[in-house]
Design a protein around this ligand. Structure first.
Ligand SMILES: NC(=O)c1ccc[n+]([C@@H]2O[C@H](COP(=O)([O-])OP(=O)(O)OC[C@H]3O[C@@H](n4cnc5c(N)ncnc54)[C@H](OP(=O)(O)O)[C@@H]3O)[C@@H](O)[C@H]2O)c1
Length: 379
């Protein structure tokens, strides 16, 4: 965006760089990654905040609370934030109100919030006399959450796909045994994720072979207080005595083989983040349909040579059609050791710069965000 350089000061650019970097510390999922920086009138970065995932403080509130902890007076400061402040009361309070209550007189944000209930923070702030400008680092801020924007625009849950595999990409041995391919540390990490998501999804095959509980548990096997919906996809019935049914009413059977339909059913039930855990047929069908936003692979230093491959046919017959995933630095990094395993974290192949520019959402954002009328208000 050429508009950035003329409309914003070097201190505001630097603050947005800090906010974008801070945002990466959060986890991907139902909510976007967001970072925020409070700037003094002289351009000094006073406090930084970021969003730690659904149900936790938004980045703006986090930055304001960080400033309070340090005894910093926020009256007359500028908030630089990667996404339009929200205007709704979800699991946390509206950021627009928090910004006004903190006496912040100017807000600079990168990209408009497309999520209907949350949108409108800029208008509220302007009507309260806060100067609001948008469009700084628009492309980078859009790219930061391109998969989340896609999911919001498609009215489907954000999809994380999880694979626990051997070095030779097997998820079960020839005799069907698969517990456990991963290290205890990987299992703990997986259960931590289960505690954050809205739903976990497997195929009928996994239920019939493994009879998994699909709950979120600690190392002692105790249930976490927050449990995902347990979804099983496939046309066969789920046995009455299957462990996945549980007794808490959080089980759902999705009688379809169409991944988009399965996501639609879950979205209709309020699910905004689903983790697809297997088996091979289900992993392949979601990947083949380009319906995966985030990939988490736990790779054990183990060889089987035979057994169930992680993936079947993805509909690719020539190298030029290969899916090229990107390493994802968000939420703890792209590559980590977990016990004896490697944890690989990747983002979807969608959203190269070309496709971002071509996306309907991006096109709808650019004119609004670059428009001169966005430089308004002021005390
Ligand atoms: N290591 C891991 O991370 C991990 C995780 C999970 C599972 N696993 C292993 O994976 C193995 C099971 O894999 P799997 O492939 O047999 O089972 P699956 O993927 O769990 O389920 C396959 C079944 O799902 C249904 N289905 C729904 N949509 C489909 C579609 N678009 N295409 C094909 N089938 C669809 C079909 O059953 P219907 O006839 O009912 O429609 C199909 O037979 C087990 O050995 C399990 O231990 C490993």
């Amino acid at each position: 965006m050429t508009a950035d350089t003329t409309l914003y000061t070097p201190a505001e650019h630097a603050a947005m760089d800090t906010a974008l970097a801070a945002a990466l510390a959060g986890p991907r999922g139902a909510n976007p990654l967001v970072g925020a920086v409070i700037l003094s009138p002289g351009g000094e970065q006073l406090a930084t905040g970021y969003h730690r995932g659904a149900g936790t403080a938004h980045a703006e509130a986090d930055a304001i609370s960080e400033a309070r902890k340090q005894g910093i007076d926020t009256v007359g400061t500028t908030m630089v934030v990667t996404l339009e402040p929200c205007n709704h009361v979800g699991r946390t309070g509206p950021c627009a109100q928090a910004i006004m209550a903190a006496g912040i007189s100017k807000v600079i944000y990168a990209v408009d919030d497309p999520h209907d209930p949350a949108a409108g923070g800029a208008r509220t702030l302007r009507s309260a006399g806060v100067e609001v400008r948008s469009g700084l680092a628009l492309d980078r801020a859009f790219d930061l959450n391109r998969d989340w924007f896609d999911a919001v625009a498609a009215k489907r849950p954000f999809v994380t796909l999880h694979i626990a595999q051997t070095l030779d990409s097997r998820i079960a041995a020839d005799d069907g045994t698969s517990q456990w391919i991963s290290s205890p540390e990987s299992l703990a990490d997986n259960h931590g994720l289960r505690g954050l998501i809205d739903a976990i999804l497997v195929g009928t095959g996994t239920v019939l072979i493994d009879n998994p509980r699909l709950t979120a548990r600690d190392a002692e096997g105790e249930l976490f207080s927050r449990q995902p919906v347990r979804a099983v996809m496939g046309l066969r019935d789920v046995p009455e005595d299957a462990a996945v049914r549980g007794a808490d009413g959080r089980f759902v059977h999705l009688p379809t083989r169409d991944p988009a339909e399965a996501l639609g059913m879950l979205f209709g039930q309020g699910v905004r983040h689903v983790m697809v855990e297997g088996g091979s047929s289900i992993l392949s069908t979601f990947l083949g349909a380009h319906l995966v936003d985030e990939l988490i692979v736990y790779m054990a230093p183990t060889l089987l040579g035979s057994g169930t491959p992680a993936l079947h046919d993805l509909g690719i017959t020539t190298l030029k059609d290969a899916q090229h995933w990107s390493w994802d630095d968000a939420g703890g990094g792209a590559v980590r050791m977990l016990g004896n395993d490697l944890r690989l974290h990747l983002r979807s192949p969608r959203g190269t710069v070309g496709t971002i520019k071509n996306s309907a959402l991006h096109k709808s954002l650019v004119p609004r965000s670059e428009a001169a009328e966005h430089v308004t208000g002021g005390h």
